[in-house]
Write a protein that binds this ligand. Structure first.
Ligand code: TMP
Length: 210
């Protein structure tokens, strides 16, 4: 895996375990001598963390367009402050969520036109794309159950099962359109098994020159 660089993203619904898997992959790559930067959206910068609080406070009612633009505000800050400098240094960026989350949540689930989201991508993340995305796929009820166990309760966790099913379907649709980049991982299995598959896919993808 010499010369590995660029962005690897982890995507999935609530409770899919992507945060754990992002951390495990970062540790694995660091153990092999790579310089790795871990980040997460929304957030990852001082301003981004403030925007994150606004976005996730359960008591806020937020207009879909206001929500969409706040995600892009956080992303604009993260890209300039963290991601672009890291890529220039040759660091591997592992991000817990990126633009596919916006397409799945604000596009497929909230109903905002996907064309608007791709226009915003051209403005905010021009030419910045993960070379590999792991979609941790899990049944919605199982994911929400895992999260409730962890006592997480933000504005999105209070959404209906139908909402989360639209998110899941959105992610699967993106993966079907871009199978080279987006790898679907069955996240209902134990974390160790999931991690092993992720490492295997990453190595294969790297050896095949992507
Ligand atoms: P997290 O729970 O993975 O930290 O993500 C916070 C929430 O934000 C999660 O419910 C998904 C949601 N989200 C969007 O709706 N759109 C986005 O673009 C991103 C990055 C996250």
């Amino acid at each position: 895996m010499r010369g590995l660089r660029g962005i690897i993203s982890f995507e999935g619904i609530e409770g899919s375990g992507k945060t754990t898997q992002a951390r495990l992959l970062a540790e694995y790559l660091r153990d092999r001598g790579y310089d790795v930067l871990e980040t997460a959206e929304p957030g990852g910068t001082g301003i981004g963390e403030k925007i994150r609080r606004l976005l996730l406070e359960p008591q806020n009612h937020m207009e879909p367009l206001a929500e969409l633009l706040l995600y892009y505000s956080s992303r604009a800050q993260l890209v300039k402050e963290v991601i672009e400098p890291a890529i220039r240094r040759g660091t591997i960026v592992i991000t817990d969520r990126f633009t596919d989350s916006t397409a799945a949540y604000q596009g497929y689930a909230r109903g905002i036109d996907l064309g608007i989201i791709s226009t915003l991508n051209e403005i905010v993340v021009p030419g910045i794309r993960p070379f590999l995305t792991f979609l941790l796929d899990i049944d919605v009820e199982e994911g929400l159950r895992r999260n409730r166990h962890a006592r997480k309760e933000d504005r999105f966790e209070l959404e209906t099962v139908e909402f989360h099913n639209r998110v899941r379907k959105g992610f699967l649709d993106i993966a079907a359109r871009e199978p080279e980049r987006v790898k679907i991982i069955d996240a209902s299995r134990p974390p160790g098994e999931v991690g092993m598959e992720i490492r295997k896919i990453m190595e294969e993808s790297w050896h095949s020159g992507k």
